[in-house]
Design a protein around this ligand. Structure first.
Ligand SMILES: [Zn+2]
Ligand SMILES: [Zn+2]
Length: 250
């Protein structure tokens, strides 16, 4: 698990830095034993944070019973008309992963966000077939950006693009209007709230593109769906979704 460093920092320099400043777990701050592969998490946090559900729905990433046959939908997404094809999540929105997702909403959580995005990149790489040409973060409304300039999906998408060799399109999506905060609404109103919420900025040629929409959490799927609708209207051939955590029943 390599720690993300600027490209100009060579391997020898990185090793020297680690010798002088031994790496610490980005989640709990415990010193990590030096290894050949620089670890971002201590073994305890690694077990807690990167504990993948035994089986997940290929379409919406909700945890499902491993006893069920592998299917392309589940009780959480059956009947939903999503404009995206599938979702990959690092894990369920609960416990340590939930706390970590809340921490990365602040710029001080950036090292943790980078480490989680690297873990998500490995999960995506293992989730074949997962074709994508570019990573597109879900934007925050412009007024929120004035008060909260750090948008976690931007960081996650940038790291995913770097790790998976995708183009990074941070400005492709734009809010058309100011939606109400999704988590303040009952799930029945979230899709209505997000309908038509995004558009693609002029100047982006997405004709035939396979895109990866990136967000921190997916619950009802309404936000990712609205993003996928806008991207497909602009010509995208396929949209998949990557999130750190899948929330069910929230
Ligand atoms: Zn730790
Ligand atoms: Zn599902």
């Amino acid at each position: 698990m390599a720690i993300w460093r600027p490209a100009w920092l060579g391997e020898a320099t990185a090793a020297a830095v680690d010798l002088l400043l031994p790496p610490h777990c980005v989640q709990c701050g415990m010193a990590i034993e030096a290894t050949a592969n620089h670890q971002s998490f201590c073994s305890s946090c690694c077990d807690e944070l990167l504990h993948f559900p035994a089986a997940t729905c290929r379409r919406c990433a909700a945890p499902v019973s491993p006893a069920l046959p592998l299917m392309d939908d589940c009780s959480h997404c059956r009947g939903e008309k999503f404009a995206f094809t599938r979702v990959v999540a690092l894990g369920a929105y609960e416990g340590s992963l939930q706390h970590a997702v809340l921490r990365i909403k602040h710029s001080s959580g950036e090292p943790l966000g980078v480490a989680l995005a690297q873990a998500l990149a490995r999960r995506l790489a293992a989730a074949a077939p997962f074709p994508a040409d570019a990573a597109v973060p879900v934007p925050s409304p412009w007024l929120r950006r004035c008060t909260h300039p750090f948008n976690p999906p931007d960081l996650l998408a940038e790291v995913l693009a770097d790790q998976l060799h995708l183009a990074y399109l941070p400005d492709a999506l734009k809010h058309r209007r100011w939606p109400r905060r999704q988590h303040t609404l009952p799930s029945s109103e979230r899709r209505t709230n997000m309908r038509g919420a995004f558009r693609v900025r002029s100047g982006f040629d997405l004709q035939g593109a396979r895109l990866l929409v990136v967000d921190d959490v997916l619950t009802t799927g309404a936000t990712a769906h609205a993003a996928a609708v806008a991207l497909k209207k602009a010509g995208a051939a396929e949209v998949c979704v990557a999130v750190l955590a899948r929330g069910v029943g929230l």
